[in-house]
Write a protein that binds this ligand. Structure first.
Ligand code: DOR
Ligand code: ZN
Ligand code: ZN
Length: 429
């Protein structure tokens, strides 16, 4: 038996729309009581009391899109270090993508990840299964078997399934199983060696470009396939204004389509790439200022549902190779909440309630899981976020093994000060 009393925080719950100063009493793994003033006589002697005055108390964040690199690339990240990074970022549930080695493409591997996560991770880990065996794009995986072993979704992340017929088969099965498809939209034939956005800056740096159509063509295809199959389609790391437009139209059409945006895409544009520094290299790439504004407005207007990170750790050596040779990807778990608060809440795009929706409640809805809320009886996955603290992002402070971020030296406002997962404190500032 253990108890935690969170005193005097601003409790923000998207499920009940509560936004009030309240105390939260946690007993074992559940929220026992939320009330104005929970007294000493209501708590046990060894109850841990956390002063949350001036802080938001929100449901723990759910990051639908991370890369843990385990198994296969544990010099970049492991289940343990990735989960620790999540906890430091206020994230209590992570969905690792299948592009590990071997890839997460069968029930046995899924089971191993689920089992290992139970002992090695301090947060909830819900693996995402591959769409095709080995992520080669040819043969659909045993989706039903993987669902039984614990996947929360399927995705070919890192690439698209280019064969539309193969993808459609997988979508039909995902629909039957009641899980979403998470789509990385990239027409590989159009990439043609591109490493950043196709624009003047690419020209100046002498680098090959990736046009918006690379993403938009597959976004359009995937929405049409979702319409045909009825599957829930979650569009990952949307980066273009036409992705936003197409998601808007799909929603108007009544389709179960959701859109995700990563902090780097709603904060940085291609113009922010100062030189040939691969810490600015990710897939999809940083786009034009017009795209950035469309993404922010899409989040504000409820078209874009989810903020996730695409946390993609790589080694320092790999990222030192320059744009041409370095792998795509940046880390995000430990900066996402601060960046979102600074850019979108202080920037006037989102209320704190909407921040909790995009980072917790809506991701839970995409997965159809009973999380993303902080109310009496719910699982005690909680983040305490102080919106006053200012600090400068320094990758040396990260507990992730990946230090690859374009946000080094950026001054942000708002910081995760405590993370509670399943009634246990997993991070404290
Ligand atoms: O930037 C990216 N990094 N985009 C992806 O799609 C894959 C990811 C990775 O695995 O490094
Ligand atoms: Zn991707
Ligand atoms: Zn990814």
């Amino acid at each position: 038996m253990s108890e935690i009393l969170i005193k005097g925080g601003r409790v923000i719950d998207p499920a009940t729309k509560m936004d009030e100063i309240k105390d939260v009493l946690i007993k074992d793994d559940k929220v026992l009581k939320i009330d104005k003033d929970i007294n000493k006589d209501e708590i046990s002697l060894d109850c841990q009391v956390i002063d949350a005055k001036g802080s938001f108390v929100m449901p723990g964040f759910i990051d639908l899109h991370v890369h843990l690199r385990d198994p296969g690339f544990t010099y970049k990240e492991t289940i343990t270090t990735g989960a620790n990074a999540a906890a430091r970022g206020g994230v209590t549930t992570i969905c690792p993508m299948p592009n590990t080695k071997p890839s997460t493409d069968n029930p046995q591997i899924v089971k191993e990840i689920v089992d290992r996560a139970k002992s090695e991770a301090c947060v909830n880990v819900l693996p995402v299964g591959a769409v095709t065996i080995g992520q080669i794009g040819k043969e659909v995986t045993d989706i039903k078997g993987m669902v039984e072993s614990g996947i929360c979704a399927i995705s070919e992340d890192g690439k698209s399934v280019m064969d539309s017929n193969v993808y459609r088969e997988a979508m039909k099965i995902a629909k039957e199983c009641g899980i979403p498809v998470m789509a990385h939209c990239e027409d590989i034939n159009l990439v043609a060696g591109g490493v950043m956005n196709l624009d003047d800056n690419a020209k100046k740096l002498g680098l090959k470009g990736i046009s918006n159509a690379v993403e938009d063509i597959i976004t359009a295809r995937d929405i049409l396939l979702a319409k045909e199959t009825g599957v829930t389609l979650h569009l990952c790391h949307c980066s273009t204004k036409d992705s936003v437009r197409m998601i808007k139209e799909a929603k108007e059409d009544g389709l179960p389509v959701t859109g995700e945006v990563c902090p780097h895409h709603f904060i940085l544009s291609t113009k922010d790439i100062p030189c040939d520094d691969a810490n600015y290299k990710m897939n999809p790439p940083l786009r034009s200022e017009e795209d950035v504004i469309a993404l922010k407005e899409g989040l504000r207007d409820g078209i874009m549902d989810v903020i996730s990170t695409d946390h993609a750790p790589h080694s320092e050596e790999e990222k030192s190779r320059g744009f041409e040779k370095a792998p795509f990807g940046i880390v995000g778990l430990e900066t996402s909440a601060s960046l979102t608060y600074t850019e979108l809440v202080l920037g006037g795009y989102l209320t704190p309630m909407q921040m909790a929706e995009k980072m917790s409640y809506n991701p839970a809805k995409v997965l159809g899981i009973d999380k993303g809320t902080i109310k009496e009886g719910s699982i005690a996955d909680v983040v305490i976020f102080n919106p006053e603290i200012e600090y400068v992002i320094n990758p040396n402070d990260f507990v992730s093994m990946g230090k690859n971020t374009p946000f080094t030296g950026k001054k942000v406002t708002g910081k995760v000060v405590c993370t509670i997962c399943g009634g246990k404190v997993v991070y404290k500032d």
